[in-house]
Write a protein that binds this ligand. Structure first.
Ligand SMILES: Nc1ncnc2c1ncn2[C@@H]1O[C@H](COP(=O)(O)OP(=O)(O)OP(=O)(O)O)[C@@H](O)[C@H]1O
Length: 229
């Protein structure tokens, strides 16, 4: 069985008195595609932010690749995120002032890849996602669906160990959504990328190896996990 890449151990996080995530144990292995489903407000995005080390848990632990992440200082967590993780978040952190290709090559540039090879790799990704013609347009000047494809291209460009995606096909038509899902599933199959995707759509979840159901901040169904009663 492939090694465990991501793990939460009894992780909890509240906002005020409200627990958004409540004692969650989740394990994701290399090459696994896990869909996280559940009603609006059930804690899916908060769980993703905890796994990314963007939010710190009130209690419990988050582990990445055999190392505890949640108790590291922010700069160390940021380094792990940049080097080993790719993100597709709902309120994307793409830079509107940069062009599409500049956004996609950004992780590579931040990791020290030379300008020419970062550009070549980013253009290759744009081609795969059918947005090569938008390469030199500012992100603020492309459609929501094109920006979403750029976000997924950027999440994969540096071949991360993990991709965390919050509704990665939310603003895409069915065909383009399938293209994006096939790229994510392809990264898992070819490079052992672990993919965690939050979705409301059964069609999207059907691409996953495993569906985890979250309700009121707790995992209520997980085919491989111990589900608390
Ligand atoms: N930064 C925050 N400050 C205060 N409350 C928050 C914050 N983030 C999330 N919450 C609350 O935590 C709970 C879980 O929210 P979360 O966004 O994780 O749910 P979700 O399942 O991702 O919802 P959706 O499907 O609508 O995106 C909600 O009650 C939400 O209002």
């Amino acid at each position: 069985m492939a090694e465990i890449v991501l793990e939460t151990r009894s992780v909890s996080r509240s906002f005020g008195a409200m627990p958004a995530v409540d004692g969650v144990d989740l394990t994701v292995r290399a090459g696994e595609v896990v869909a996280v489903m559940g009603p609006s407000g059930s804690g899916k995005s908060t769980l993703l932010h905890l796994v990314a080390g963007l939010l710190r848990p009130d209690s419990g632990e988050v582990w990445f690749d055999g190392t505890r992440l949640d108790n590291q200082p922010e700069h160390a967590r940021a380094r792990t995120r940049l080097r080993h993780m790719g993100f597709v978040f709902q309120f994307g952190d793409l830079v509107p002032e940069l062009t599409v290709v500049e956004n996609v090559e950004l992780p590579l540039r931040l990791l020290g890849t030379a300008r020419a090879s970062a550009r070549a790799r980013a253009l290759e990704m744009l081609d795969r996602f059918g947005i090569a013609e938008q390469a030199d347009r500012r992100l603020s000047e492309v459609s929501g669906g094109q920006a979403q494809r750029a976000a997924v291209a950027r999440a994969l460009v540096h071949q991360p160990a993990v991709v965390l995606a919050d509704e990665p096909t939310g603003s895409l038509d069915t065909l383009t959504g399938e293209l994006v899902l096939e790229e994510l599933v392809g990264a898992a199959a070819e490079r052992g990328t672990a993919v965690v995707l939050v979705t409301h759509e059964l069609r999207v979840a059907s691409y996953a190896d495993r569906d985890v159901l979250v309700r009121d901040g707790r995992i209520v169904a997980d085919p491989v996990g111990a589900v608390p009663s």
